[in-house]
Design a protein around this ligand. Structure first.
Ligand code: NAP
Length: 500
């Protein structure tokens, strides 16, 4: 029996650091790290110790022979990653090897001549919390954690879909740092409103901004502002009880079109299509659950401007969607390139993941009549205009190989990505929606840093923030050593500790 990593892999590599035989890859120092959809256990060398499963912060690792029906395909997904790779460690020789991946990338050592810095971290989502974790575990810094909301958690609490409870469990890992004696919480404090960037800088030795990307990108097409045309971020906030969420999302349409096929689009499609009863025991907002019980939505279309070989979703998420018991998934066969891409795909290609999904012609001119819910994947199709009738959405005009097609729909959701918003007092790059920085150091402002989506743009799951935070914290510590961060000498406490 061996273990396998499954759908909710967060990629933060906690499992890698506890594996005694180095059979989980890619490791943080391998070139693939950060570009694969998940991490994988090599079944040829797993010794079935279970250390990875114990350490996994999101409960994504199980013994292969205990995988539930829907998770069984992940045994193959793990094994497939290694098909053309040599057995990757020397454990087959004799004794296990701990940490077969070199010295730490970032040196936390700092002279004890330096007092511990006071660092403010703005934003309590995953990026901020990985920075907090690094500071509290590997230095003796004191941290003030600030969030504009009255509850901590950021995107973990308000972004992760409620039917992914094990992903949300990573917040349990972070919660213990919020109780740490060297951390002070300041909830309900908004930078730019309740405190300025300069005031924050004056009260702390360094400030790390982990404010994420809280607004939705828009498409800039006609009709986008019509009632019934909404951003996926609004729907996500609604079902996750975000304090700023709209009260009502109108689910009276038979067909909803989601523009984009990233993981956010998949989350929304899945929630709109799941049996409400299956969401009952989740953290979903009770108002949203009640609306979903009365929902008329029977078909959700995932509209992608490119082919299945270039889909934005990740492998674990599309695999889970196609195996979901509550609804069917079909592919609109309007463009012959789709069938060809799937037929010619090899294991490891994105299009290969759709080989078992039925392909059929869809009539877009009328609203679906079927009762069983379904999700339609439509590739090579771009939005041109949100159509309206009687003041609200009546459809979406699309363009593709089959020229212009009007999809009859009562709801259009744009899931085309998030966008960062400026922090008053800090520079902002309008083109990328980020705060300009070099490896986390904010350009033109001493002792000011960024981490997460506001640093690198809105892509990458929760775990991607761990290495991102390590880079930012390493820069901050370098600046303490080099004098660019002026740590006030009055609070000497023995300096930063060496990384354990
Ligand atoms: P995303 O992965 O960047 O997907 C954006 C989608 O919008 C893509 O399909 C993109 O198409 C499409 N798009 C962008 N501009 C468009 C336009 N003008 N017209 C038509 N389509 C357009 O963004 P996301 O879904 O917001 O996710 C953000 C990050 O969070 C991702 O890294 C995602 O994996 C992560 N996330 C992970 C999970 C999870 O692990 N369960 C859940 C939610 C989010 P192109 O590909 O053609 O550009």
């Amino acid at each position: 029996m061996v273990f396998a990593i499954t759908q909710t892999c967060c990629n933060d590599a906690t499992c890698v650091s506890v594996c005694p035989v180095n059979c989980i890859h890619p490791t943080p120092d391998e070139p693939d790290f950060g570009s694969t959809d998940m991490l994988y256990i090599d079944p040829r060398s797993c010794i079935n110790c279970g250390a990875c499963a114990d350490a996994c912060p999101v409960d994504a690792i199980f013994p292969v022979d205990m995988l539930s029906e829907s998770l069984k395909p992940y045994a193959e997904v793990n094994a497939r990653y290694y098909e053309e790779r040599p057995v990757s460690h020397d454990v087959l020789g004799s004794s296990p090897v701990f940490h077969n991946w070199g010295p730490p990338t970032f040196d936390r050592t700092i002279s004890s001549d330096f007092p511990a810095p006071d660092v403010a971290v703005v934003g309590s989502g995953p990026a901020g919390m990985y920075a907090v974790e690094d500071l509290l575990l590997h230095t003796s810094a004191r941290v003030t954690l600030i969030d504009r909301l009255d509850v901590a958690g950021g995107l973990i609490r308000f972004g992760v879909a409620p039917d992914h409870p094990s992903t949300k469990r990573i917040d349990e890992t972070f919660a213990r740092y919020r109780e740490h004696p060297r951390l002070t919480m300041r909830l309900g404090v908004e930078v730019g409103k309740d405190v300025t960037v300069d005031e924050l800088a004056a009260k702390h030795d360094a400030v790390i901004y982990a404010v994420g990307a809280s607004s939705a990108k828009s498409l800039g097409i006609a009709g986008e502002q019509l009632p019934g045309s909404v951003a996926a971020t609004e729907v996500v906030s609604w079902y996750n009880s975000h304090p700023d969420a709209v009260d009502v999302v109108d689910l009276s349409a038979r067909r909803a079109v989601l523009i984009g096929n990233g993981n956010v689009a998949l989350d929304v499609a899945r929630i709109l299509s799941s049996r409400p009863g299956s969401l009952e025991d989740t953290s979903i907002s009770r108002a949203a659950l009640s609306a979903l019980r009365d929902s008329d939505v029977r078909e959700v279309v995932l509209l992608a401007r490119r082919g299945p070989e270039n889909a934005a979703y990740t492998e674990p998420e599309i695999l889970a969607l196609t195996k979901h018991p509550d609804f069917d998934v079909v592919i609109d066969n309007h463009d012959e390139r789709v069938a060809k891409a799937i037929a010619e795909a090899r294991p490891g290609d994105k299009a290969y993941l759709l080989r078992d999904v039925r392909q059929e012609a869809v009539d877009w001119s009328s609203r679906p009549a079927q009762e069983r819910r379904r999700i339609v994947l439509r590739f090579h199709s771009s939005p041109v205009e949100v159509l309206g009738e009687g003041g609200s959405v009546s459809g979406l005009r699309t363009t593709g190989a089959d020229s212009t097609v009007d999809i009859d729909a009562g709801m259009v959701v744009r899931a085309v990505g998030y966008r960062g918003v400026p922090v008053p007092g800090l520079p902002f790059d309008e083109a990328t929606g980020t705060i300009p920085n070099t490896a986390g150091r904010v350009e033109g402002r001493a002792a000011t840093y960024v981490v997460g989506w506001i640093k690198r743009g809105p892509s990458g799951g929760i775990g991607a923030n761990r290495t991102c935070a390590q880079e930012t914290v390493a820069g901050l510590l370098d600046d303490v050593r080099g004098g660019a961060v002026d740590v006030r000498g009055s609070r000497k406490r023995g300096g930063l500790l060496r990384r354990s």
